[in-house]
Design a protein around this ligand. Structure first.
Ligand code: ZN
Length: 450
């Protein structure tokens, strides 16, 4: 089904960009097909990395007349992990709105659960299926279409618009955004802000602005292993571990702060994995290992939770005559939240309403996305997309109307709310510049990437 042209043309810059995006359905499909067939599974997961995908994206952007593309490559044991940066200059050069997506994908997993080849795009009406189509090609394609809609319609954005396509998001971002922040911090200015289209919900109403801290603990109880017929000679580590699990529920009342931004609105402390111990029924286990997954509100001290766990463990150890070791498996302290009242969040809310007629709400999540690295350095970050959340699953899919709709949201965000005079963007070898004669002193802080 081809996109319908609107009966009445809206001559505003957003109206023109939006109409162009309505007609970009085929381009969206082609881009997805090209991205899907370039397997960009990271080396840590046994894949080739992002090089081929980055080559394609760079060539595509150059061919489409985008602003110069800068490639910044981190070396990972001899494998190139490229990051691409392209900044379209805006009327206000003192700040940049970044649209950040990642090029790497996770492996397909059990291929027999796929109804078609994971690395070949399948088109089913309005649905596109393939590894990476949502995570994170949706972000790549919708931001490319948004910027192309500005360029072909000669619309200059309100401020600089930065496209950032990073590597290594699916492992730890060591060669992606964290590497860029360590080695190329000058790309980013103090007034910049970020949209990360890498998570969302079905109607686009969720705007992620905050994350809980993550604390994973391994609790090992050591007793004394004996024959099950002589429990008085040993100390049952499993019984002690079970007591400990029950006692740890006290954490809920000890740390009962609430924050309605989050769902659930409180911290959570859940025992999860339990390691296998003795293989036979007639042995009393001498040790017992389980894990506790804590998701802690930003207002609650992770340190205090750790201390409380150790206190409870010591009591259980005393009472059951066992030793309890508490080890940290992972700790990621929540970054400061992006304030729901800030300009970026409010503009995303208005753009989502304009395009999708949906009232979006700022939300907190259980944690941890790449937004944390940026929020810790003081930048406002919104994680937003309209998608069903099929990332990492077999038969991962996206809806074409969401690809195009998200592109319109980004076009609306970047064009801004004060209708600009039409300006012509001329991209040449020296980088794009405004030919309308506006005073566009290039700012040292905007990091135009040229
Ligand atoms: Zn992702």
């Amino acid at each position: 089904m081809a996109a319908r042209k609107k009966a009445s043309r809206d001559p505003s810059p957003f109206g023109r960009a939006s109409l162009w995006i309505d007609n970009a359905r085929d381009e969206a499909i082609t881009l997805q097909a090209e991205l899907v067939r370039r397997n960009a599974v990271g080396p840590l997961s046994g894949g080739p990395g992002e090089l081929e995908k980055a080559d394609f994206l760079e060539a595509w952007m150059v061919a489409q007349g985008f602003a110069p593309v800068r490639r910044l490559t981190s070396m990972d044991n001899g494998i190139q992990r490229p990051n691409l940066v392209s900044v379209l200059p805006g009327r206000d050069r003192s700040r940049c709105l970044w649209l950040m997506s990642h090029m790497d994908v996770v492996p397909p997993g059990d291929v027999s659960s796929w109804r078609s080849e994971p690395f070949v795009l399948r088109v089913e009406g309005d649905k596109l299926v393939g590894r990476g189509v949502e995570d994170n090609h949706q972000g790549i394609v919708s931001s490319l279409l948004a910027v192309k809609a500005l360029i072909v319609n000669g619309v200059q954005p309100e401020c600089d618009v930065g496209l950032l396509f990073v590597s290594d998001e699916e492992s730890a971002s060591l060669h992606g955004i964290r590497w860029l922040l360590d080695h190329h911090r000058d790309l980013f200015g103090p007034n910049d802000s970020f949209v990360v289209p890498d998570a969302g919900n079905e109607d686009g109403s969720q705007i992620e602005v905050a994350e809980k801290s993550i604390l994973w603990l391994r609790l090992k109880t050591v007793g004394k292993q004996v024959h099950a017929s002589t429990p008085h000679l040993g100390r049952n580590a499993m019984t002690a571990g079970a007591h400990l699990i029950v006692r740890l529920a006290d954490l809920y009342s000890r740390f009962d702060a609430r924050d309605p931004l989050f769902d659930p609105p409180s911290s959570t402390f859940e025992p999860t994995r339990h390691e296998a111990s003795v293989q036979n029924v007639n042995t009393i286990p001498g040790d017992d290992v389980f894990y506790l997954d804590c998701r802690i509100l930003p207002s609650v001290s992770v340190e205090a939770v750790q201390l409380a766990v150790r206190e409870i463990a010591a009591e259980v150890a005393r009472h059951n005559r066992v030793v309890v070791n508490v080890d940290i498996v992972q700790r990621e302290d929540a970054a400061p939240s992006t304030p729901p009242s800030c300009d970026l969040v409010q503009r995303v809310i208005r753009s989502v309403r304009k395009v999708y007629n949906v009232d979006a709400r700022p939300r907190g999540i259980g944690g941890g996305t790449v937004a944390a690295y940026l929020r810790r350095l003081g930048w406002p970050v919104v994680v937003w997309a309209r998608q069903d959340g099929t990332a990492h699953r077999p038969n991962e899919y996206v809806w074409i109307p969401n690809l195009l709709g998200d592109a319109k949201v980004f076009a609306s965000l970047t064009i801004g709310e004060v209708a600009p005079e039409t300006s012509v963007i001329d991209v040449d070898a020296n980088g794009p510049h405004d030919t309308t004669g506006g005073a566009n002193g290039s700012s040292a802080t905007s990091g135009s990437g040229a």
